[in-house]
Design a protein around this ligand. Structure first.
Ligand SMILES: *Cc1c(COP(=O)(O)O)cnc(C)c1O
Length: 295
């Protein structure tokens, strides 16, 4: 991993998914019932789950309506008991990413651990912030094998950070958090980086096609630009679209109840066949409801 990331091995923590690192970071840096963590909102749900489980207050700092970073909202949420700031980039579920300058500006201003979750970095044009680690000792970067590598089932994620932080993660983790089967499988897979690059290329092509197609439906109001392996679309009657797709055995994520995400569905980019099944189902949906004038 060190060779692959161009980092020293004492700057890398490997965990049972990057979710393990999220939980450990909260346990290490936060005192239950006293400290709090701040996260951009909307974002990945596990930061809140881990904070709740550890009895640590969770404070969402809303993004702007266009999903850009709102430093003022972050500043307002932070107080002396705030120990961690979570910034997911590219962000799940808004699918956009934030520039390194923006992230480093806000994290440099606040005296906190800043966790930048790069689960979707391989699908973005932007570079990983890992090149900034040496100058930013409070920065923790999360990456995972669950997305671009397609290996969510082996449960392997990592935290990249200053050796001081990594040694804390290693002290608190269970002694044998990575089982041998995962290690063997990961080593085999890692020996051929070109496979991952081919998958990513394929997903990016399929994403572009899917974006184009989604724009053609009358009930689709907006297709947001994506830096991830999913797209966020705003539709009329999201629950109706969602339920129709479930009836066709196609599962998307209904995010329409989430703050800033009125009407939004999150759709994972699949294989060409999977995407065709989706787009055909949606034509069918449109035809059905054109007939009943109930789109
Ligand atoms: C999927 C995901 C993860 C976690 O993945 P693991 O499978 O635990 O490595 C972390 N962060 C974000 C934003 C994700 O979407």
């Amino acid at each position: 991993m060190a060779a692959l990331k161009g980092l020293d091995s004492n700057s890398i923590f490997l965990g049972n998914g990057s979710d393990e690192a999220i939980d450990l970071l909260i346990r290490i840096f936060c005192e239950p019932a006293e400290d709090n963590v701040v996260a951009i909102s909307p974002t990945y749900g596990m930061y809140r789950v881990c904070a709740d489980i550890n009895n640590v207050e969770y404070r969402p700092a809303p993004l702007n309506n266009d999903f850009s970073l709102n430093p003022e909202n972050i500043r307002r949420a932070v107080d002396r008991q705030t120990k961690i700031l979570f910034i997911c980039s590219p962000n799940n579920p808004t699918s956009n990413s934030f520039s390194q300058e923006e992230i480093l500006a806000i994290s440099g201003e606040l005296d906190l651990i800043t966790v930048v979750d790069e689960a979707y970095i391989d699908f973005s044009e932007r570079e990983s912030l890992s090149n900034a680690l040496s100058e930013h000792t409070g920065l923790v970067i999360l990456q995972t094998f669950s997305k671009a590598w397609g290996l969510a089932g082996i449960r392997l994620g990592m935290a990249l950070a200053d050796p001081g932080i990594i040694s804390l993660l290693r002290k608190v983790k269970y002694p044998y958090n990575l089982n041998m089967l995962t290690q063997q499988f990961a080593l085999e897979t890692l020996s051929d980086n070109s496979k991952k690059e081919k998958w990513v290329e394929e997903i990016l092509k399929n994403r572009a096609r899917l974006e184009l197609k989604m724009k053609m439906y009358r009930f689709v109001e907006e297709v947001y630009p994506s830096d991830a392996n999913f797209i966020l679309v705003k539709v009329q009657k999201p629950k109706k679209v969602y339920n129709f797709l479930v009836g066709k055995k196609i599962i998307v994520r209904d995010r329409s109840n989430v703050e800033l995400l009125d009407g939004c569905l999150r759709i994972t980019v699949g294989s060409k066949e999977e995407n065709s099944a989706l787009t055909e189902a949606l034509w069918k949906y449109q035809m059905d409801f054109v007939e009943t004038c109930d789109l």
